[in-house]
Design a protein. Sequence first.
Length: 120
Amino acid sequence: MTTQMRASDQDRERIVERLNEAVGQGLLTLPEAEERIAETYKARFLDDLTPLTADLPDPTPPKPERGRRRGPGFDPRVLPVLLVLAAVIVLTHGFAFPLIVVAFLAMKFGMWRHRHPARM
């Protein structure tokens, strides 16, 4: 009875993808990659796949872009519209609650809020 785990098609495809990336980065020549890919498809166990990429560097995920992200949130350009709506409600109904909400939003998202200098 063997204790080795069988390699799945998905395992083999992952190794082939990594070998193709290595060719694109100039880490392997095309004949080397072809030989390793042939060995990958012949592999029966996961232990047979390990030596095929052992001399390659670990794949690193791409670094996220730095800078300001705009996710789903409040757009400060909406503040003038909210201010007009709040003024209409105050003038027609006589209560000032909408102005409190607009003042809070203006302080939190307004153009005059403190901006951090760009990091380099």
